[in-house]
Ligand binder design. Structure first.
Ligand code: UT7
Length: 323
């Protein structure tokens, strides 16, 4: 029988420090009104001190394990999506592996696809499950993009926040119920890499650099690519937009989310939107939204969920899941 990945638990962590739009307006030439109207963001969390990528990822992972009634020993592999690892190497996932008590069981590695990172990590982990190489996989998105901000650049510093969220995938025999991860689709187009990038890196400048973004170009690409990814997922699974119970999109800008929903003729009530509270948390944004909607009971068993993202690279993709 074929194997399917079921998402059996979620967890999340947001840093203690909260920075509102009004706080930001004290450091850069911006206003609460501009940020709310142009992005939908009201506040974001800022990682400080011990709140590294692996720290936040561990907190999210532990919550997911507790929710599932499992321990680290029950996990066969960790795929951690991040663009902001604790160190250039080793992978932050191996720190998480140690923190959650997996010992030398299984394996752990990072994946880098910036804001599409969670979709990429989910797709890779799903392949391990489907091919029988793991029974349970921990998939985490954890990012501290505020460490990459130029706090004098109002076109970028108002957009991002820090956070982490995790899901546990478990192998189940495909029993015909239709539940589990139904499809994932990944895409990239490297020619647009300079639309969103950091002007530094280990093998070039030897620094981590700052975020540079062509905002309007990224906006246009985001609407186009995420809409394409949604249509691709629906067509592959012989579904239509009316079949979707919840769209769980990358949380970058409310206007991007609304444009994609409008193209799909999907009422905004069916879209999980959490960005007002944490801004764009890169790889953490989809699982943070997913976690909130699972915890507050919006997402119920058998619901059809469509997740989509686009980020630097450019990278984009989707995942269709029957919960
Ligand atoms: O995961 C992917 C990551 N990134 C994204 O998804 C971001 C995609 N892009 C966007 O969300 C939007 O393009 C932004 C929010 C970045 C910008 O919104 P916009 O509506 O495209 O604004 P704009 O760049 O056209 O700027 C309009 C005006 C400009 O002033 P002038 O030239 O009209 O006088 C900007 O200088 O707004 C000004 N502006 C600001 N004003 C106050 C730009 N940033 C700010 C700011 N506060 N923070």
């Amino acid at each position: 029988m074929n194997k399917k990945s079921h998402i059996i638990a979620t967890g999340a962590y947001l840093p203690q420090k909260i920075m509102t739009n009004n706080d930001l307006a004290k450091v850069v030439d911006t206003s609460d009104e501009w940020i709310r109207q142009r992005t939908g963001i009201i506040s974001r969390h800022i990682a400080e001190g011990e709140e590294t990528t692996s720290y936040m990822a561990t907190k999210a992972a532990m919550q997911a394990l507790n929710n599932a009634g499992l321990t680290g020993r029950d996990i066969d592999g960790i795929v951690l999506a991040t663009a902001t690892p604790d160190m250039t190497f080793p992978a932050s996932a191996t720190t998480v592996q140690d923190n959650i008590g997996m010992g030398d069981h299984g394996f752990a590695f990072d994946i880098q696809a910036v804001c599409s990172g969670f979709i990429y990590a989910l797709s890779v982990a799903n392949n391990f499950i489907v091919s029988g190489q793991g029974k349970r996989m921990l998939v985490i998105g954890s990012d501290c993009l505020t460490k990459l901000l130029d706090w004098g650049d109002r076109t970028t510093c108002v957009l991002f926040g820090d956070g982490a969220a995790a899901v546990i995938l478990e192998a189940h025999e495909d029993d015909g119920s239709g539940r589990g991860i139904l499809s994932t689709h990944l895409h990239s187009e490297g020619k647009h890499c300079k639309l969103l990038y950091t002007d530094g890196g280990a093998s070039s400048t030897g620094t981590i650099g700052h975020i540079k973004m062509a905002g309007q170009d990224i906006f246009r690409q985001a609407v186009t690519r995420m809409s394409q990814a949604v249509v691709e997922a629906l067509e592959t699974n012989h579904c239509s937009a009316t079949d979707i119970d919840w769209l769980v999109p990358h949380q970058a800008n409310i206007r991007i989310i609304e444009s994609v929903a409008k193209k799909l003729k999907l009422p905004i009530e069916k879209v999980v939107v959490t960005l007002s509270k944490h801004g764009n948390t890169s790889a953490a944004s989809i699982p943070l939204a997913l976690h909130e909607a699972v915890e507050d009971g919006r997402i119920k068993q058998n619901d059809l969920l469509l997740m989509e993202a686009m980020g630097g690279g450019l990278t984009w993709g989707s995942a269709l899941v029957r919960w």
